[in-house]
Design a protein around this ligand. Sequence first.
Ligand code: ZN
Length: 421
Amino acid sequence: MISEPLRLPKYSIGVGDRFALQVRAQLQACILAQKAGLEIVPVWNKSNREHLIVGSEPSQTRQAADRAVRDLQWTRPYFLDADHIGMGTVDRFIEPCDFFTIDVADKIGAPAEQAGITTFVQRHPELLETITLEKAGVTLATSRENLVAVARKYLAAVYEAGRIYRCIAERKGAGRFVPEISMDETDAPQEAQELLIILAAIADEKIPIQTVAPKFSGRFNKGVDYRGDVEKFSKEFTADLAVIAHALGRYDLPPNLKLSVHSGSDKFSLYSAINRAITQAGVGIHLKTAGTTWLAELEGLALAGSSGLQLANEIYAQAYEKMEELCAPYASVIEIDRRCLPQPDSVKAWTAEEFAGALHHDANCRLYNADFRQLLHVSFKIAAKMGSRFTEAVRENQKIIARGVTENLFERHIRPVFLPA
Ligand SMILES: [Zn+2]
C-alpha cells in the first residue's frame, strides 16, 4: 500500500527540548494556538551537537514526543527533526526522525566540477532573463559570469545534499520524511538571486525539499534579539518569499515549500515584519526556536527559589568558569561581552526574582542582562553533567517551569509571528 507522502503543514514551529522534560509544555503551546483558531504543528528538533553535549539519543526525543501527543490527545501532525545532520551524523536519526535538516553549509564554496557547472548554465537560460517579482517590488537580473560564479559556489553543496537525501530515502523510503536544506551556518548571507539559482539546482538534483533555510543578513544570536537592520531584513525576507513563489511555478519542487528561519527564537524585533510578509504573501513558514525552552526551564527553576535557585546559581558559576569551552561550538551564533557578566559570587546573593529577571528576555526590564542570558544558553552542558540532580529538580518544580515554557512559546513566539496582528 502506498500511503500519502508526509507533508509539512503551512505553519510549523521547531521546538527544542534539551532534556526531553518539556515536550508536553511545548505541545500545550500548539494546543493554545489551536484554541485561538490557528493550526500550527510542532517539530521537535535536536541537533547532533546537542545530543553529543547532553549525551542523549534521538530515540529518547521520539519516545517523549509520542507520549506527550498521546497524553494530550493531539490529533494533528507532528514531526521529529534530525537537525543539522550531514553524511557522517545521519545514522542514528534515520529510525526515529521524519524530518531531516540537511546541512551543507560547509560545502558552500567547495569547487564543483566544471562539467557540472557548464551543464547547469546551459540547462537554465531562463535564469539569465530579467525576472520581476512584482509583489515584492524586486527585479532580478544576472549576467552569465555571475550565474557561473553562483553555480561554482553552490553546486558542490547541492550535490552533497542530494547524496544525503538519497541515503535517507533509500533507508526510510521517499515520501516518508520531510527534507530541509539549511545553509544558515555560514558567513555570507544569500541574496534573493542566489536563492533562486540554488532552488533551480535543488530541483535538478530532485531533492523534494519542503523547507529551505537561507542565511539572512544581521546577527541571529542564540536566545537574544536580532542585531541588524530590521528594514533590510524585512526587504530580504519578502524577496525570498517571492523567489520561492516564483521557483514553485518554474521548477519541480513540492508546492508546500517554505522558508525555515533558524535561530528564530527571541527575535522579537523581527516578528511583526515576518508576520506582515507571510500574511501579505499568503504563505507559511517554519520557525525554529529550540534554545529558548531551555532558558525558560532554567528561569522557572530559579523562580521556584530555594534549591531550584541554588542549582541555577551553580550552573551559572560553573558556566562562568568554563566559558571558553562552552562557547566554542557556538562561536558564530553568540556574542558575549564578558565585561557585562556578573561575578558568580554576586549572583549567589541574588533573589529568585533578580536571577529570573536577569535571565528573562525583556529588553525593557532593568534587570535583564543579554550577556548573562547568552552564557546560560550554552551552559546546558553543565546541567547535563549534573545528571539526575538537575532532572529531579526540574521534575520537582515542573508546574512553574511548564507554565513558563508554554507561555514563552505561545505568547512571545507563536502569537506575534503566526496569529493575525
Ligand atoms: Zn540552524
